[in-house]
Design a protein around this ligand. Structure first.
Ligand code: F6P
Length: 369
């Protein structure tokens, strides 16, 4: 029987849903019954620490190694219950213009006789996968990111679990907010996309939601807060995306500099907003940054299921020799799109149809009338 090797890696920020996807890549590739019909015997190699695993497969100062290991069905049996990624991850860019190591990746793919690659990641990891595909690598992608900012798919692994975290944390904040009649400003992640803030705010019933796709007026925020108090609200929850900014202002950065993919490190708008609101309205205001809590914890049922479907579909693409594709969820169906389309542009909130620019909140009419 023909023998083939599949390498699987997770790159970029970790999130819930990665382990379920790895598990189902392994189980689908190694499945006994399917092997007989495909007449191909696959072996699956787990590649640790994202693209770093294909640059330093034997290990380095950061990890002694080896970074490439054979995965068996028995090993991954329970993985879908766990958050993060058991393969580890890193934000390594083999095509970093300051330090291009893409040739080393190609050489190591040869050396380890990896015929096919499954890259599980967001715009950065899948951007690298797309460049490798253009250089002849037989690669397929699985979308993951709590930011939900990849194009060509309605879902990215990790998003729903992150929404659950936001909702649970806000539920918890409400008791203190209510008891003390305070305003709480909750800062979510999401980079330049407002999905986490918008859908997290909608799920938790936030009073105000501020997203990067619509620059807000500080005055309008104060007005809304005071209007609420006049109507008798005891407290308010304001959700703000880390990439949101006031009109005429700029994004607030947690740190100077950029990572190896050129991303700024955002953070701090929640704290800024809380101070300004307190100064202008006199109402006691606190801020909280949910930060990496949003990426943590066990995958929710939806991420376990989607990880499963995406993992299975990724192997289907390999069996069908349909490379350069990302598995995707579109209009209620699991399907696939070109990696090029997926990473070509960010999927952002459509303000016109999804956001209420007067209330600074989710839309309040859904069906046309
Ligand atoms: O892309 C996922 C994400 O969690 C963003 O929402 C956030 O801005 C960034 O990663 C944080 O990255 P790091 O884990 O490197 O601090």
């Amino acid at each position: 029987m023909e023998k083939r090797r599949i390498g699987v890696l997770t790159g970029g920020g970790d999130c819930a849903g990665l382990n379920p996807a790895i598990k189902w890549v392994v189980k689908t590739a190694l499945d006994d019954r399917l092997r007989k019909t495909r007449k191909i015997e696959y072996e699956v190699l787990g590649i640790r620490d994202g693209w770093k695993g294909l640059i330093y497969p034997e290990g380095d100062d950061d990890f002694l190694g080896p970074r490439i290991l054979t995965l068996t069905e028995e090993m991954v049996r329970t993985w879908d219950r766990y958050g993060g990624t058991n393969l580890g991850t890193s934000r390594t860019n083999p095509f970093d213009p300051k330090n291009d190591r893409s040739q080393i990746v190609l050489e190591n793919l040869e050396r380890y006789r990896i015929d096919y690659l499954v890259a599980i990641g967001g715009e950065d990891t899948l951007g690298v996968a797309n460049k490798l595909y253009r250089q002849g690598v037989k690669v397929v992608g699985i979308p993951k990111t709590i930011d939900k900012d990849l194009s060509g798919t309605d879902y990215t692994l990790g998003f729903e679990t992150a929404l659950n975290v936001i909702t649970e944390e806000i539920d918890r904040l409400r008791t203190t907010a209510g008891s003390h009649k305070r305003i709480f400003v909750v800062e979510t992640m999401g980079r330049h996309a407002g999905w986490l803030a918008l859908e997290g705010g909608e799920s938790s019933g936030a009073y105000i939601i501020l997203i990067p796709e619509y620059d807000f007026e500080m005055e309008r925020v104060y007005e809304l807060v005071l209007e609420g108090r006049r109507k008798g609200t005891r407290y308010d929850i304001i959700v703000v995306a880390e990439g949101a900014k006031p009109k005429g202002g700029s994004e607030i950065l947690k740190e100077e500099g950029v990572d190896s993919f050129g991303h700024k490190i955002l953070g701090g708008i929640g704290e800024y907003l809380a101070k300004e609101i307190m100064k202008s309205t006199g109402i006691e205001t606190r801020s909280i940054t949910l930060s990496h809590l949003q990426r943590g914890g066990a995958p929710c049922a939806y991420d376990r299921r989607m990880g499963r479907y995406f993992g299975i579909a990724a192997v289907d693409l390999i069996v069908n020799e349909d490379f350069g594709k990302m598995v995707s969820y579109r209009n209620g169906r699991i399907t696939s799109v070109g990696l090029e389309e997926a990473v070509g542009k960010l999927n952002l909130v459509d303000v016109e149809t999804q956001y209420d620019t007067e209330r600074y909140n989710g839309r309040r009419t859904i069906l046309k009338y």
